[in-house]
Write a protein that binds this ligand. Structure first.
Ligand SMILES: CC(C)(COP(=O)(O)OP(=O)(O)OC[C@H]1O[C@@H](n2cnc3c(N)ncnc32)[C@H](O)[C@@H]1OP(=O)(O)O)[C@@H](O)C(=O)NCCC(=O)NCCS
Length: 190
């Protein structure tokens, strides 16, 4: 398993540093979330533009309820990947993946790098299966998660209400760590 911080090079040669999320990242996460385009803000699973929400989020990473990595370039935070353990007892083997990449870095391999590293860390939480939740409109995200080895598992009607109050269908995609780690992790390294 990698030690953090660690440097990774994206396929286009850009250098990026991956760090375990800590309280030091709080303000950078807020800046990152607040600079996301409207269409991304509409679908943020938790509202990371609110400082209290970010505090909660960072605390989860620090106290072990989640594992989370942040990516920096020389200008600041450019993305994150987190896996949150499902808190209910009968789904405690499940983790929910949340990945977000600065729009300028999308389709350049950063999502793959972050996901690959955070999958390794999922072992710390003893997880057997990962889920990723998105709306049925988020076609690009669904395509990207398919490429990362996830498969569509459920479609839930009107499960998501966006910031404007409009409802959307939710797609749940999943990745079976227990069954597929060897095959999938081999392909998600850059
Ligand atoms: C989804 C997201 C994290 C992907 O990150 P990214 O850095 O663009 O992904 P990568 O460049 O590493 O691409 C990973 C794979 O997905 C593919 N991919 C990425 N974006 C894609 C798109 N819009 N359409 C089709 N395929 C796509 C890439 O080709 C790559 O596959 P390959 O390496 O096998 O060719 C990013 O688009 C994002 O932050 N979206 C907004 C937040 C979000 O919707 N998160 C998902 C819910 S948790």
């Amino acid at each position: 398993m990698a030690e953090y911080p660690t440097n990774v090079q994206l396929p286009d040669g850009s250098a990026v540093e991956l760090r375990r999320m800590s309280t030091d990242d709080r303000d950078s996460i807020l800046d990152f979330a607040r600079s996301l385009p409207q269409e991304d803000l509409l679908f943020l699973r938790v509202d990371l533009t609110e400082s209290a929400v970010v505090d909660d989020w960072v605390n989860n990473a620090v106290n072990g309820n989640s594992v989370a990595l942040v990516a920096y370039d020389s200008d600041g935070l450019i993305g994150y990947a987190a896996i949150h353990r499902n808190p209910t007892s009968w789904t405690r083997h499940l983790g929910e993946v949340r990945v977000n990449v600065n729009p300028e870095y999308r389709s350049r391999g950063l999502g793959r790098a972050l996901t690959s590293h955070v999958f390794d860390l999922a072992g710390e939480l003893g997880l057997q299966k990962l889920t990723a939740h998105m709306t049925s409109d988020q076609r690009g995200a669904q395509a990207a998660f398919r490429r990362l080895g996830f498969v569509p598992e459920a479609l839930l009607a009107d499960y998501v209400q966006d910031r404007n109050g409009t409802t959307h269908d939710m797609v749940i995609m999943s990745f079976d760590i227990a069954g597929h780690t060897d095959q999938a992790l081999g392909t998600v390294r850059i």
